[in-house]
Design a protein around this ligand. Structure first.
Ligand SMILES: *Cc1c(COP(=O)(O)O)cnc(C)c1O
Length: 352
């Protein structure tokens, strides 16, 4: 506390990102980064950025990038908004679309940034409990609401919601915006982007951070009806006209263009995930069905906190959330084969 702080700063409880420890030989399985490098075309594009492109302000509309995203997702460029990571895109959506007289709803077990943005922007929010098996029931959400935001697959459970369930949610919630946060959709899920022509209240948010291995570049985007996209643009242009720098714009275009590299790395992550799930199960863990690049697991006899600490002592970092309903789970990002082997060796020693 400092006497110069504004009231809002005094009241904030900021989001705490997974740690980025600077230890050597660390097995880092805590922030769902890709274990594989981004497309080599991305590095070529970055090296090719001219001095002139850096001297000038970047394209405030990210025209080329929006065209690339639109073409890939079979929507119009006017239906695409880009931002400095999907965290920024979602934050702008909170202010532009989800701040309404009625409260905003999201699952009780979900992305822990949502309540932080709600607090920052003064948005009243309510959580809806996920089922005992951590699945999400669209009928559990009230038809009258100020907005709904759900990650699909959910974080940190990794569980997928079917497109039929999302459609049901949209049909029931016709008077407010439904945001589907698809940070992990490329690891086996089906995107809701195909529904935006049918539902003018649907905003689908994706990111290059996970499946495109570009968490360091900070590029995310939203797709939806032009009216929703216009709202995001109005807030963006009232805050920072240039959220994406020139390097990020051309690197992101190169990443979107390399479909082969993208598909190969997603397939590798999915194959490793399935192998890890079965090995964990044979060690006695219960692993939730995952459609993401991480798994969420609990052991009936060994408390998650104890396992988290023991793994950390062996330089293996996973994520543990000290929160109701999930405090006995570990969230483990899918790493390289070598990372996974190290993790399984340590777990075999700890629970074997
Ligand atoms: C990682 C993540 C994001 C944010 O990704 P950016 O790096 O900001 O694009 C958004 N939502 C969920 C659920 C995530 O896990």
């Amino acid at each position: 506390m400092n006497r110069y702080w504004s009231d809002i700063v005094k009241s904030l409880t900021p989001y705490v990102p997974g740690e980025q420890p600077r230890l050597e030989k660390l097995v880092k399985l805590n922030t769902n980064e890709s274990p594989y490098p981004p497309s080599p075309k991305v590095l070529e594009a970055i090296i090719g950025v001219s001095a002139d492109a850096l001297r000038r302000y970047p394209d405030p509309e990210s025209t080329e990038l929006r065209q690339a995203i639109a073409a890939q997702n079979r929507v119009e460029p006017a239906q695409v908004f880009v931002g400095n990571g999907s965290d920024e895109v979602i934050a702008l959506a909170f202010l532009a679309l989800l701040k309404q007289p009625l409260p905003l709803y999201f699952p009780d077990v979900s992305y822990s940034f949502y309540p932080v943005w709600a607090q920052l922007f003064g948005i009243e929010c309510r959580t809806v409990p996920v089922a005992q098996d951590f699945s999400i029931d669209p009928d559990a959400y009230p038809e009258q609401n100020g907005g709904i935001i759900i990650p699909n697959p959910n974080a940190p459970t990794g569980m997928l919601m079917s497109l039929a369930s999302i459609r049901r949610l949209l049909q029931r919630s016709a008077d407010s915006v439904v945001v589907i946060d698809e940070a992990y959709i490329d690891f086996g899920g089906e995107s809701a982007v195909g529904l935006i022509g049918e539902f003018d209240n649907l905003l689908v948010v994706q990111t290059l951070s996970k499946s495109r291995a570009l968490a360091g570049l900070r590029v995310g985007y939203a797709m939806g009806n032009v009216g929703l996209i216009e709202a995001l643009g109005r807030v963006k242009n009232s805050f920072n006209s240039y959220p994406l720098d020139a390097i990020a714009q051309c690197a992101a275009v190169a990443a979107i263009g390399d479909a082969d590299h993208f598909q190969r790395s997603c397939q590798r992550v999915i194959a490793s995930r399935e192998a890890l799930c079965s090995r964990m199960a044979s060690l006695g863990f219960q692993v939730l069905p995952s459609g993401a690049n991480f798994i969420f697991a609990t052991h009936p006899r060994y408390p998650a906190r104890q396992l988290f600490t023991a793994l950390r002592e062996r330089s293996i970092v996973v994520r543990h959330f000290d929160k109701p309903r999930i405090d006995n789970f570990l969230r483990i990002s899918i790493g390289t084969d070598q990372d996974i082997a190290a993790l399984l060796d340590a777990l075999a020693e700890l629970v074997g």
